[in-house]
Design a protein around this ligand. Structure first.
Ligand code: SAH
Length: 348
């Protein structure tokens, strides 16, 4: 089998028309474009050499191109059937992807970067630093990999793996368009989660996608937020919320807010009251995420009672709210944790 070489131009991410143009450039008849498209997106071919409908001699000559698929470096299954993957990219970098099944849905949590530069205090990925942005094909590949491994269609995608998607907007948007058009996933089934980057929420709305924007708020005031999220220093909470309101006006889509609950830090009823004041009359939904402990910091997860109190304080103030427990905790499936724990164990 021809191995994917770093630097080989990837075909994954190209549309049927672009693939048709490419096969013609390679001296092949136009109908082979459609064939190639089917082998890449439906049959999940990993390399051109597998595409047996193509002349063998030609397959062996196109060495500067690869399909652009990763390999599964590590796979862990949690008791709740959540599967966490470490995927190895062509340049040997490793990223995390998670497949989260329920009876009706198969959700993929995808990464948008190798590592992350945002360095949020409670996030395992942030502790590992930033390496690079993911290319479009590396984003699409994660979804195909989970789909093939589960043998079942992916229904939902959340950009909640490693990285900050709005620092890689161009590739993320291209990835979303291809996942929609070529892999067949509805844009409304896709959520992009951002910590908030100045100007980027506005730019993102210009693409007029039908996806859901989730904003990681995590605090009810600027002072608390700055303690958790270094970049908040340059993006005051008031400004971030104003940009979110503008986003709702521009797109007519509601925004989700994520709020990691950290015991004794941001989980008091007065924080819920303050948060409700900010979100009054706002077309939004709050997702409370009880903190998943990571080894580098000593925050605590609040008790179920405290989580309920916080939720009730929001509900009483007519804020749409739900609690989202991370799936697959046993497989260290939460945010950057598997890669970190594997790196630690290989050091031991
Ligand atoms: N950079 C994007 C995507 C990050 S991961 C963003 O900030 O939104 C998706 C969500 O998981 C974010 O809300 C992130 O803050 C949250 N998260 C990170 N580490 C966590 C932890 N240890 N426990 C609970 N949630 C965590």
């Amino acid at each position: 089998m021809v191995t994917v070489q770093s630097g080989a131009k990837p075909l994954l991410g190209l549309s049927v028309d672009e693939l048709t143009a490419w096969v013609q450039q390679q001296g092949q008849p136009a109908y082979r474009g459609k064939q190639l498209y089917q082998w890449i997106y439906q049959k999940g071919s990993k390399s051109l050499s597998e595409i047996t409908v193509f002349p063998k001699q030609w397959r062996e000559t196109v060495r500067d191109f690869s399909i652009g698929r990763s390999t599964i470096h590590y796979r862990a299954v949690a008791p709740d059937k959540t599967v966490k993957y470490l995927l190895k990219l062509a340049d040997n970098n490793i990223i995390e992807t998670v497949g989260i099944p329920t009876e009706k849905r198969l959700t993929v949590c995808v990464s948008s970067q190798v590592g992350c530069p945002m360095a949020c205090d409670f996030c395992a990925t942030g502790k590992g630093g930033f390496v690079r942005n993911l290319e479009t094909h590396e984003i699409i590949d994660q979804v195909l990999t989970v789909q093939e491994d589960f043998g079942r269609r992916v229904s939902h995608i959340v950009f909640m793996g490693m990285g900050e998607p709005l620092l890689n907007t161009k590739n993320v948007v291209k990835g979303i368009k291809s996942l929609n058009q070529d892999v067949g996933i509805g844009q409304r089934m896709i959520t992009v989660s951002t910590v908030g980057i100045p100007q980027q929420i506005r730019q993102f709305s210009d693409y007029q996608l039908q996806v859901t924007l989730a904003v990681s708020l995590h605090a009810s005031n600027q002072m608390l937020r700055k303690k958790l999220i270094p970049s908040a220093e340059h993006y005051p909470l008031e400004k971030l919320l104003a940009d979110c309101r503008e986003y709702v006006n521009q797109t007519s889509r509601r925004v989700s807010f994520e709020y990691v609950l950290l015991a004794g830090f941001n989980d008091k009823t007065e924080n819920a009251v303050e948060l409700a004041t900010h979100l009054r009359g706002f077309q939004s939904h709050v997702n409370l995420i009880p903190y998943n402990p990571i080894s580098e910091v000593d925050y605590q997860r609040p008790t179920p009672l405290q989580i309920n109190n916080f939720m009730k304080a929001l509900k009483d103030r007519h804020i749409a709210v739900s609690v989202r427990y991370s799936r697959g905790l046993e497989a260290d499936a939460a945010c950057g944790q598997l890669r970190a724990s594997l790196a630690n164990s290989s050091q031991n």
